[in-house]
Design a protein around this ligand. Structure first.
Ligand code: ATP
Ligand code: MG
Length: 736
């Protein structure tokens, strides 16, 4: 008889096989990008289940992003006919959310607790500071937000903090007041999901032993990016007996700025008595040149744990490098190339555009939208963060939990219904004097204030839908009865998009299946509590990244930050914005080890590509309302020239756009003529915005120039080497 696991295990190399079939004891797989860590982890789950060593209830698996969790579910589902959705497989936040929904009472939360995303959190903090009469100059809301989150991520409550100085003392007091307010309003921020779960497990011995007995296998992907609290949570869940199986890569640790602690790897080995990490050394993802680039780049970092990575794949194509004149031209380049690849038969969904900072996505989006190329954005500008959607969700939140002050403040006078700031301030004063929610204050003063009373009646009417209507009907009522739809319909001009989004929200409610959503929560009363679908919908909206730009199921170009791309792979990758100050980010350079973290990020970015990698930079970029003149990132210099192929736009961006549809190949190999747009002023052979190389200062960009007879005086920004004024007669400058 054929061994049932043979097909599952076939195709694994010997090291992978050893890892997949590791006995039920703790293990750490330490290996480079694309070496099959995630595949090993997924296959191990399937193998444990298939060989009867584990049931779907005894496995807990943690991934880093929702997208990664979904992919793992898909892969598992394809390997075995099991109800993967019932498994505890998800992100740290997703799993903690599930845990808190199940045990909300023990956690001291209301059944209908709501999740605050970071925008909600900030507005709650602003409100708090105002009520405490603390001006922004004294404590900036964002800095308090950062402080609170950092403390929570380190597992620290206000009560356990020491204040080294009066300012910190005030921050700690605000942190305590913030927690009290969240509790009063029944809301939970992201970091709180994790901390509250941890505290509950720690405090409640019965629950702890229940879960410790249940989860015999705990598997963690991207272990290098766990923070101390996540590690402590895992340790509590594991107890004495669970087989913790962690996979990770120290070179891909990119969340140290958020408290990720690469020392967790050493702690895991020490505390779980792991003698040696398992190493995987063969890369199955990228072609040779791409891997050469990644290896050469990361070699510039110090203090690495040391891993080898080789491939049997061919050298493949060289990395295509573009220096665009402007960000618009860079975006147009992406559009033209994506189209050209599509014509050659490449799948759009297998192409990704990556960027360092979310702010870069707008221009890319615009260009893709105009060109009619479907795209999806992961993270960043999320559907659920748009103003009109947040307004609608606030009404929905009030319907399930009217004590949610944030939600109430958002919509009490939106659309405008004549409830002025004074009235709201009076409500706030009453609420804080009596220690009640704004809703309670509104109900009690409503008798005297007709407009407030009308608002209370509106919310009560929405509440009455719960139980008598389904989620979609409730959403329809929310969008229409609240007056939101009419508000946008009556506005002139640019509101079509908002109307479309509100309709899309109704569609999302129609399509939403709470019991089939990936992070569904099933407390004992789920089947009977009529508010459940709404709670599940709201939680999903807060936890999930918006993926609504392309229609569901439509093949779409994938846009995301490099952070969001971790663990993923694509046939073609466009890595954009390789400019000093942007990547590596200006901010990172001031931080200790900041540059090394940026380089790891670059390593992650390069290693996402399987077949084709484009790296681009713009000599001129509009960011946050300012024009930046970019110098090529030092990371490009760290890639061996032998694996790079320089591309150059055929001409200036305008001309390139006009002709792009006629040219079969809009970009050709670099030629001197291509460097000089027709009308650009000539300064002794150089032009403004041109990239140049200097023997001593490296690569730079010309940001100012003055002609002086035969020579010219050029002001050149050499990035990390500063801005220099050079005379072309003396300086050894060559065009790039
Ligand atoms: P990262 O560090 O980026 O998360 P990883 O180590 O998790 O990478 P995987 O995503 O698991 O790597 O694998 C990379 C690719 O190589 C995947 O497409 C995977 O299916 C493939 N792969 C892994 N092992 C093998 C193998 N033995 N034979 C063929 N393909 C493999
Ligand atoms: Mg992986």
């Amino acid at each position: 008889m054929e061994n049932p696991s043979s097909s599952l295990l076939s195709g694994l190399n010997p090291e992978q096989l050893a890892a997949v079939t590791w006995p039920p004891a703790p293990a750490l797989v330490l290996a480079g990008a694309g070496s099959g860590k995630t595949r090993v982890l997924t296959t191990r789950i399937a193998w444990l289940l298939q060989s009867g060593q584990a049931s779907i209830h005894s496995v807990l698996a943690v991934t880093f992003t929702n997208k990664a969790a979904k992919e793992m579910q898909l892969r598992l589902g394809a390997m075995l006919p099991i109800p993967v959705r019932a498994m505890w497989l998800g992100t740290f936040h997703g799993l903690c959310h599930r845990f808190l929904r199940l045990h909300y009472r023990d956690a001291g939360l209301p059944a209908a607790f709501q999740i605050l995303d970071s925008g909600d959190q900030l507005s709650l903090i602003k409100r708090l500071l105002k009520s405490l009469n603390i001006p922004d100059e004294s404590i900036a809301p964002r800095s308090l937000q950062g402080f609170i989150n950092a403390q929570k991520e380190a597992g620290l409550r206000a009560g356990s903090l020491d204040a080294p100085d009066p300012h910190t003392q005030r921050l700690i007091e605000c942190y305590a007041a913030y927690d009290a307010l969240c509790n009063q309003e029944g809301v939970v921020d992201f970091a709180e999901l994790m901390l509250r779960s941890y505290e509950l497990l720690q405090a409640n011995a019965a629950l702890r032993s229940h879960y410790q007995n249940r989860f015999k296998h705990i598997l963690v992907d991207e272990f290098q990016d766990t923070n101390k609290l996540q590690y402590a949570w895992l340790k509590l869940l594991a107890g004495e007996h669970a087989a913790v199986f962690a996979v990770g890569d120290d070179d891909q640790s990119i969340y140290r700025f958020r408290g990720a602690h690469v020392g967790n790897m050493a702690a895991l080995m020490r505390e779980f008595a792991i003698d040696e990490p398992i190493k995987l050394e063969q890369n199955y993802r990228s072609d040779g040149h791409i891997l050469t680039a990644a290896n050469a780049l990361i070699a510039h970092n110090n203090g690495r744990l040391g891993k080898n990575l080789r491939t049997d794949a061919d050298a493949g194509e060289k990395i295509r490098l573009l220096q665009a004149i402007s960000d618009n031209e860079e975006a147009q380049f992406v559009v033209d190339e994506a189209r050209a690849l599509q014509r050659e038969g490449w799948d759009l969904a297998q192409m990704a555009v990556l960027y360092r900072s979310n702010a870069q996505s707008r221009i890319l989006e615009q260009a893709l939208f105009r060109a009619g190329i479907p795209y999806k954005i992961y993270g960043g500008l999320r559907f659920y963060e748009r103003q009109e959607i947040k307004h609608a969700l606030a009404y929905l939140r009030l319907a399930v939990n009217p004590h949610d002050d944030n939600a109430l403040l958002r919509v009490i006078n939106f659309p405008t219904r004549g409830i002025g700031t004074r009235t709201v301030e009076n409500l706030q004063a009453t609420a804080s004097a009596e220690g009640v929610s704004l809703w309670q204050a509104a109900c009690s003063t409503g008798g005297k204030q007709a407009k407030v009373a009308a608002f209370v009646r509106l919310i009560e009417a929405l509440q009455s839908h719960i139980g008598s209507s389904n989620l979609a009907e409730t959403m329809l009522a929310v969008v229409h009865d609240s007056g939101l739809m009419a508000h946008y319909q009556n506005q002139k001009g640019e509101h079509q998009e908002r109307i479309d989004n509100l309709n899309e929200l109704i569609n999302a409610a129609v399509a939403f299946k709470p019991l089939e959503s990936n992070f569904e929560v099933l407390p004992e009363n789920a089947a009977t509590d009529p508010a459940w679908p709404i709670l599940a919908f709201l939680s999903n909206a807060a936890l999930e990244s918006g993926e609504h730009q392309a229609l569901a199921g439509e093949a779409a170009l994938q846009l995301m930050t490099i952070h969001a791309a971790k663990g993923l792979e694509f046939n073609a990758v466009f890595l954009t914005g390789l400019e000093e100050g942007l990547f590596p980010s200006e901010y990172s350079l001031a931080e200790r080890d900041g540059l090394e973290e940026e380089r790891r990020l670059m390593y992650v970015a390069i290693t996402r590509a399987r077949k084709r990698l484009y790296i681009s930079m713009a000599q001129q970029r509009l960011l946050h309302g300012q024009t930046h003149f970019g110098v090529v990132s030092r990371f490009v210099d760290e890639i061996p020239a032998a694996v790079l192929h320089h591309l150059s736009p055929a001409s200036g961006s305008l001309v390139a756009q006009q002709h792009s549809s006629q040219r079969s190949n809009p970009f050709h190999s670099r030629s001197p003529a291509a460097q000089t747009p027709e009308k650009a002023q000539n300064y002794a052979g150089f032009t403004l915005g041109q990239n140049v190389r200097h023997a001593k200062f490296g690569t730079g960009v010309i940001i100012d120039a003055v002609n002086k007879g035969d020579s010219a005086k050029l002001t050149v920004n050499f990035g990390k080497n500063g801005i220099k004024v050079l005379d072309t007669a003396a300086a050894k400058l060559s065009p790039l």
